[in-house]
Design a protein around this ligand. Structure first.
Ligand code: GDP
Length: 451
């Protein structure tokens, strides 16, 4: 981390302003070589300085240069940010000049990685930076900003402190059993504390499981025979004519994707090729693909034609989706009804017609109910924010269970201590108290350059 890194921090394209950011102990010196204006090596920290970027006596651009000296910066290193006029050529030219003068092009996420390695932020905050940039809904943004403010960190740190406290009390009892004035940690007391911790951690994990839905949305599959009204329902949901609606069977061959926001949660909707026995090669691929998507979807909307009796294909589809998060939509209720509703009793049913909006509203309400979206929306977003964190928390919980088991089996106290320490370390991995280079590299690789 001895070198000075540089990257364009704004998105590449034509815009009013671009920002080029440098971090490292040579950043002020390098910027100063190209800057005409005040001597940047002499200006006060956290100042914005007006001047020009010059190369071989030619003005490259009129700029504002922010100088932020270590340690109160994003990376804790000296940081220089050059605000230049937006546009690809100017921005690239300045970047090139900074590299020629000794800076190195930053890797993806390298600024944030330095902030982490230099101890300014923990891993959960580093992840929150990326989540914030990528958030597509208000709820996802709120989760990210809470985590960036330290809520995830505090939640885990509080938990670790409880374990640390219990560990130290156990140790005092083992090491100084002759001291009368210390609290005796009986096995019953440990059992009781572990049981409370287990419940607390389980709660955190359960609540955090909504995180996939909050961050990525609900992957929703619309499935059914050709001509039952899948594309019409999709269009009504999306409020646009995205899918082609025709009365020739099998027209939606491709998988159409669209997004809507329901109670601040994204619904990623996929309309599939109509399911039926088919010999048409292209259509067959579509049918197979839609069946294979059943397993990956969070929600499956099976559309049936209410004006017809259930067919073999309908029953086939219903069999495949059984036990999934499924809503069965009986469509075309404006027509004379033939469908045998008594055969659908085990499913969540919504009756619709696409000739007006009322049925679609009922469908949206059903989705909100099924996924508890009203509750998710009103929650204080205090979560573990990704699978990495949740998996580590689950492993920690497993260690607490091992502690309980150890107590039950009358294992020696130092064996119990080992599991408790392992739990403490696993929780430490969530916030990055212990980490491997590989994990860190993997994590920051996903970042964008310049962040
Ligand atoms: P898909 O093949 O399942 O995607 O079905 P489409 O959405 O393409 O619809 C097939 C045909 O059914 C079209 O002619 C639609 O206009 C018609 N249709 C769709 N929904 C309804 C409905 O609620 N009532 C009636 N009467 N016709 C509908």
């Amino acid at each position: 981390m001895d070198d000075t890194i540089v990257a364009i921090s704004t998105s590449m394209g034509v815009g009013a302003i671009s920002i080029i950011r440098m971090s490292g102990n040579k950043s002020i010196e390098i910027a100063n070589k190209l800057f005409k204006g005040k001597n940047l090596e002499k200006v006060a920290s956290h100042t914005i300085n007006y001047g020009y970027i010059i190369s071989e006596d030619k003005i490259i651009d009129e700029v504002l240069v922010s100088v932020m000296k270590s340690p109160k910066t994003y990376t804790t290193e000296d940081i220089v940010e050059i605000n230049c006029h937006g546009g690809i050529t100017t921005t690239n030219k300045i970047l090139e000049l900074l590299i020629l003068n000794g800076a190195r092009l930053a890797m993806p996420g390298e600024f944030t990685k330095r902030a982490f390695l230099n101890g300014r932020i923990d891993l959960t905050k580093s992840e929150a930076v990326m989540d914030l940039i990528e958030s597509k809904t208000e709820s996802a943004r709120e989760v990210a900003i809470n985590s960036l403010q330290g809520k995830t960190f505090n939640m885990i740190e509080n938990f670790r402190n409880k374990i640390k406290d219990l560990l130290s009390r156990i140790e005092v009892n083992i090491d100084y059993p002759e001291y009368y004035d210390i609290e005796i940690v009986t096995i019953d007391k440990i059992k009781e504390e572990i049981s409370t911790m287990k419940k607390e951690l389980q709660n955190i994990i359960n609540e955090s499981k909504n995180i996939k839905i909050i961050k990525n949305g609900i992957d929703t599959l619309i499935i059914g025979r050709p001509n039952v009204g899948k594309s019409s329902i999709l269009n009504k949901l999306l409020g646009e004519d995205k899918a082609i609606v025709t009365d020739i069977e099998g027209t939606t061959r491709d998988i159409v994707e669209g997004e809507i926001i329901l109670n601040n949660i994204k619904l990623n909707i996929i309309d599939t090729a109509g399911i039926r026995d088919t010999t048409d090669k292209i259509e067959k691929i579509g049918v197979e693909k839609s069946l294979s998507l059943i397993d990956k979807a969070d929600l499956i909307i099976v559309v049936l034609n209410g004006s017809e009796k259930l067919t073999k294909e309908d029953k086939e589809i219903l069999k495949k989706v059984n036990n999934k998060n499924t809503i069965v939509v009986i469509n075309k209720i404006d027509l004379n009804q033939q469908i045998e509703k008594n055969q659908l009793q085990e499913f969540n049913i919504v009756e619709t017609t696409t000739i007006n909006d009322s049925g679609i509203d009922k469908l949206k309400d059903k989705i909100i109910e099924l996924f508890n979206l009203e509750q998710i929306e009103s929650k204080d977003y205090n979560y573990l924010t990704n699978i990495r964190q949740i998996t580590l928390a689950e492993k920690s919980l497993k260690k607490l269970e091992d502690v309980e088991k150890g107590i039950k089996e009358n294992l020696p106290i130092d064996m119990i201590e080992i599991d408790l320490k392992a739990c403490f370390d696993l929780l430490g991995e969530i916030i990055g108290k212990t980490y491997s280079d590989e994990i860190i590299d993997n994590l920051f690789e996903k970042f964008c350059v310049g962040k």
